[in-house]
Each structure stands twice: as structure tokens, then as C-alpha cells.
Design a protein around this ligand. Structure first.
Ligand code: ATP
Ligand code: MG
Length: 409
């Protein structure tokens, strides 16, 4: 699908950065698994990759051509990254916006600092989504900003029960407290050490979906099918794509909203937008991640172009790839827990040989040295001729790995 071209931003040359030349190096801020999979996709296409990340031996540094071991705000480190890389992207949303602005003085940076800043601030994000709602007819949950105890008094009754979330730095359900009434809200806000928060009305969710969308500098955008996500203990547990519950109406409304949102920001790169589908069938926009997303990992094995290859193409100002899905897919996140025998502290290597004997299994491990409980260590995507088979094999993998079976409802 194509949108109207947006004006070129300052420091954005329209010259594609072709692979396989002496200076075709792409830079990335952050060294986690998303950086690793970006580097792998970039190298497959003939690019070199430089990673800026303070941690030695991190997942991305293991595969990158260059590792600049420095903090995300370290000036010499950022200058070194800019010198090596004609174009720079990020693998996490909490990258300091000032660092992206600094890099943008000499390199092409996508997504731009201004876009990343919106995604870093839940209130700014909600204001932006609300503004987009005039066109998309999709709105965020009813909410209220809470910066001090006086704001608690201003909360309308209909926002309770609700969820208090920190405005910044929340992920995997961290920095969130569910509150039933005003007294619990006051106590929850007091426990946040003065951090600015937003209270959201607790909505009756039927299920959760995400929409992955990519936009190039020329304004062309491509959107992936609707992925359906199940969380456990606040962490993504499974993604199935295409969603088994979403109606054609809701699917096209969510995709149209995603395309509007990305165009409205003149965003360049991969963006993932999370939505709630409520019990009455209505669609609510939750939040966005300015990068490839865990719920998009299935695209590596089930789509013509993976989200990481798309990130490379957008960053190198190349034409975007086909987002078509060729096989139904079910993805299972692998947490450090599967290295432990039951609830004990005894560790052993999971039976990957048995998992890989299952039809359509694609194992991805991120090279993290230490398996800790609740730590994302990898994922497995099952592709199959139909969704029931993919889900069935995912269930068998859970049994092998000692993970409680999914409820596909
Ligand atoms: P992640 O990093 O996993 O995306 P997060 O910490 O950024 O999570 P949210 O996505 O805002 O936080 O919320 C986490 C989960 O809590 C959601 O996926 C959803 O299951 C539930 N949740 C969040 N907000 C609401 C709401 N307003 N009503 C009902 N459930 C909600
Ligand atoms: Mg979320």
C-alpha cells in the first residue's frame, strides 16, 4: 500500500546505501537480540554492521563486524559509531533522543529522534494516538495523567478500576500497578517514587493484536498481517499470525490505523503498534515500539520479507520488500525458565533435538551466556500448511520444554 510521499527531512540524503561497498556499514544502538537479528539480516544482504552497546559479549556484538563498547550517551562512542556508519538505527525505544539527534548531524538516522521520543512517553503517545483517532476512528484507553498526589483527586470515577503505568521506561508489564479504587491508586502512585504516571481505565479485553508496519523515506509503506498475542506474567508468551480471532473488518481498521499513524509521523523504519480488541468487538490502540518487535519474529520464517530485512531496507533507503505471509505461523518465546528442572535450581540444556524433530520448527537462540528465569533467551516459530498444525506443534514443544500448555480458546 502506498501513501503520499513526505517531504525529505534535513540530513536525509535520498541516495540509497548499496551493499558490498567499502563504506556500506550500518550502525545500531543497542546490543540485544533485536540488534543481533538486524545484524544477521544486514550481513546476509552484504552490509557490515557496527553495534554500540556497553555490555561485553552481548547478543548483537557476537555477530557484528564492529562493537563499540560504550554507554548510549557516551560522546566518543557515538562519534565512533557515526564515523563508521552512513546510517544508524536503534533496537530499543529508550535510547536517549539526544544521542539520536547527535548521530543525525553526520549520519542518516531512522527512525528519527522526534518519532522515538513519542514512543518513549506514554502520555505523548496517547495524545498523538488521540489526534490520529479523528482519521483512524481508533482511540487509546480512557486515561488521566498523574504527576502528583493532587492529580489523584482529579481522577473521574469511570477510570476505576484501572492500571497505573509509569509514563517512561515501562516494558514487559514492569512499572504497572492494577488499582481498584482511589485509595489503592493513591498508594500505588506513592510507591512510584515520584515518577510521572498515567492511569488507564481497565478495559474488558477479548484478545490482543499487533500490527507491524514499515515506511521508507519516499513515503511508501507496507503493512503485515494481524498478529495475535498472548502474555504470561506480563511477558509475551505466544504470537499467532494471522490472528485466528480478528474479523476482516477489525483487521482492515487496524492496518489502516497503523498506516495512518506511521505516515503522520513521517516515520522511516519498522514500527509495531499494539491494539486491544474488546469483548464488544471494538478496537483500542495501546502503544507502539519504534523498532522490530517480538510479536514480529514470525516474519523471519513465515513471510517473504522479515521485519529485520525490512529494517535494513528502510535504513539503507532501498525499496521495501513484500510483506506477504506464505505460511501460517505460531511463535513461542523461550525464557530462561526452560533451562531449570521444574521449580528447582538445577539447570540442564533443554532437549532442542526433540523440539527440532517437530515439523516446521525454526529455532532461534540469542547467544545469551546466562539463562535466568523470565529472561528472553530465544524463540521458536512453527510454520505449517494450516494454523491448527502450527499450534499443535507449538503445544508439543511446550510439553517437551516443561512449559504449561497454551490455551488456544
Ligand atoms: P510490553 O513491553 O510487554 O509491551 P508494557 O510494559 O509496555 O508491555 P502494556 O503493553 O501497556 O505494557 O501493558 C501490558 C499488558 O497489560 C497488556 O498487554 C495487556 O494485557 C494489559 N493491559 C494494559 N493496559 C490495559 C488496559 N487499559 N486494560 C486492560 N488490560 C491492559
Ligand atoms: Mg505492551
Amino acid at each position: 500500500m502506498t501513501n503520499h510521499p513526505q517531504p525529505t527531512q534535513p540530513h536525509q540524503s535520498r541516495q540509497p546505501l548499496l551493499p558490498n561497498t567499502p563504506d556500506s556499514c550500518l550502525g545500531i544502538m543497542g546490543g540485544g537480540q533485536l540488534g543481533r537479528m538486524f545484524a544477521q539480516a544486514a550481513q546476509a544482504m552484504g552490509y557490515q554492521v557496527a553495534v554500540l552497546e556497553p555490555e561485553a559479549g552481548c547478543p548483537a556484538a557476537q555477530v557484528a563486524d564492529q562493537h563499540i563498547q560504550a554507554g548510549y550517551e557516551n560522546h566518543p562512542g557515538l562519534m565512533a559509531l557515526a564515523k563508521l556508519s552512513k546510517a544508524v538505527t536503534t533496537e530499543f525505544e529508550n535510547v536517549p533522543a539526544d544521542s539520536l539527534s547527535l548521530l543525525a548531524q553526520s549520519s542518516f538516522v531512522a527512525p528519527a529522534a522526534a518519532c522515538v521520543s513519542i514512543a518513549q512517553d506514554r502520555l505523548a503517545e496517547k495524545h498523538f494516538f488521540t489526534r490520529c483517532g479523528a482519521t483512524t476512528h481508533v482511540y487509546p484507553a480512557p486515561h488521566w495523567g498523574i504527576a502528583n498526589q493532587n492529580d489523584v483527586a482529579g481522577v473521574k470515577d469511570e477510570l476505576l478500576p484501572g492500571i497505573l503505568k509509569t509514563v517512561r521506561m515501562g516494558y514487559d508489564g514492569k512499572g504497572q500497578v492494577r488499582v481498584r479504587d482511589r485509595a489503592e491508586l493513591a498508594a500505588a502512585f506513592a510507591s512510584m517514587n515520584g515518577q510521572a504516571c498515567v492511569l488507564e481505565k481497565m478495559l474488558p479485553l477479548a484478545y490482543e493484536v499487533s500490527v507491524l508496519v514499515t515506511r521508507g523515506v519516499d513515503g511508501e509503506a507496507v503493512v503485515y498481517p494481524i498478529a495475535e498475542n498472548v502474555h504470561r506474567d506480563g511477558i509475551l508468551f505466544t504470537t499467532v499470525a494471522p490472528s485466528t480471532h480478528v474479523s476482516a473488518d477489525v483487521a482492515s481498521k487496524a492496518q489502516a490505523a497503523a498506516l495512518h499513524i506511521i505516515a503522520e509521523m513521517a516515520y522511516v523504519g519498522v514500527l509495531c503498534i499494539e491494539f486491544f480488541v474488546l469483548k464488544d468487538g471494538s478496537l483500542v490502540v495501546n502503544e507502539m515500539a519504534p523498532r522490530p518487535h517480538n510479536s514480529g519474529h514470525y516474519t523471519i520464517d513465515a513471510c517473504v520479507t522479515s521485519q529485520f530485512q525490512q529494517q535494513v531496507r528502510a535504513l539503507a533507503q532501498l525499496p521495501l520488500g513484500d510483506a506477504r505471509q506464505h505460511s501460517p505461523a505460531a511463535m513461542l518465546n523461550i525464557l530462561g525458565d526452560v533451562w531449570y528442572e521444574g521449580d528447582t535450581d538445577n539447570m540442564r540444556e533443554p532437549a532442542w533435538d526433540r523440539v527440532l524433530a517437530l515439523p516446521g520448527a525454526h529455532l532461534h537462540l540469542y547467544g545469551k551466556a546466562e539463562a535466568r528465569r523470565a529472561r528472553k533467551m530465544g524463540h521458536i516459530t512453527f510454520v505449517a500448511p494450516n494454523m491448527a498444525e502450527a499450534q499443535d506443534n507449538l503445544g508439543k514443544a511446550c510439553a517437551i520444554l516443561g512449559i504449561a500448555a497454551p490455551e488456544w480458546a
